[in-house]
Design a binder for this molecule. Structure first.
Ligand code: ATP
Length: 274
């Protein structure tokens, strides 16, 4: 049963950028999501939290059109896109950074960005995007797979932004990165959010997500267990009840040990999923 702790819904007159309604979805005979409702209001940051295997990535896949739900609907800007493929959802303003970053490791940074331009005529966003991600500028000719983990994540965010999205789906961007690098990534997400882009953020570090997001949904075994404003959730004992060990881990995140890597940010990563 969903436990609403606050007004995690837009005003009735506002058309949300993303509305996931009564979605049930899974893989083959395995049902992962059950009757899930999630709304992302225009220009807002929404966090999707939950323990491992709760179904967060599956929900993003349903939103992006990478997995068709068994039942329920997905709407973008009020248009039912449930049966539309990912590229059509991208045209409607959806852009995703998947778990594993979604960059082409064998290509240069510049080529990754060129491919990320998306719709024809969007080439003029390349220069502003590089301005927004100045740390990429010295590496444009470098092969993406040789970047540090933090730089790769910046590249994946830059590619996402290049598509001029009205909604970004971000799947665990902080995975494997040191706290100082996560800080940089988060401040960049905040800048993107200030431009009016809505964000649906899957994050393992709960306290960081609560600092960034206005609205929060907690998934538990494929159902929305609790939802509300970030402020309400910060005080809510259900956060620790539902998130358990993850919540404890998040408390350690800002001061926890940095993962191994040449720049202390995780270093070049393994396989990606462009
Ligand atoms: P994590 O934080 O560990 O990534 P999550 O909340 O994102 O967890 P999902 O990745 O959505 O969870 O996975 C939910 C469930 O679906 C898990 O039990 C997982 O094993 C299963 N699952 C995920 N992808 C597939 C797949 N391609 N085929 C079959 N089962 C899958």
């Amino acid at each position: 049963m969903t436990v609403p702790v606050g007004p995690a819904r837009p005003a009735p007159t506002e058309v949300p950028v993303l509305a996931i309604t009564a979605v049930t979805a899974g893989y083959g005979r395995t049902t992962v999501l059950r009757d899930v409702n999630v709304t992302v209001p225009s220009g807002r940051v929404v966090a999707l939290l939950g323990s491992n295997g709760a179904g967060k990535t599956t929900l993003l896949r349903v939103a992006a059109g990478l997995l068709r739900p068994a039942s329920g609907t997905v709407s973008i800007h009020g248009v039912d896109v449930t049966r539309r493929p990912p590229y059509q959802r991208a045209r409607q303003g959806l852009s995703i950074v998947p778990e594993g970053r979604g960059i082409f490791r064998g290509m240069t940074v510049r080529d990754n960005l060129m491919i990320g331009r998306g719709r024809a005529g969007r080439g003029d966003r390349l220069a502003p995007t590089i301005d927004l991600f100045p740390e990429l500028s010295p590496h444009l000719a470098q092969v993406a797979g040789t970047l540090s983990g933090g730089q790769q994540q910046m590249l994946s965010l830059a590619r996402c932004y290049l598509a001029d999205p009205s909604l970004m789906l971000l799947d665990e961007l902080s995975m494997g990165l040191a706290p100082i690098v996560i800080d940089k990534i988060y401040s960049r997400i905040a800048e993107l959010a200030r431009t009016g882009t809505a964000v649906l953020l899957v994050e393992q570090y709960i306290h960081r997500a609560l600092q960034m997001a206005e609205l929060v949904y907690v998934l538990e075994r494929g159902r929305v267990a609790v939802s509300g404003t970030a402020e309400e959730m910060r005080d809510h004992d259900m956060m620790s009840r539902y998130l358990g060990a993850s919540a404890e881990m998040s408390d350690l995140a800002p001061t926890g040990p940095a993962p191994a890597g040449p720049a202390g940010d995780g270093g070049p990563e393994g396989e990606t999923n462009p």
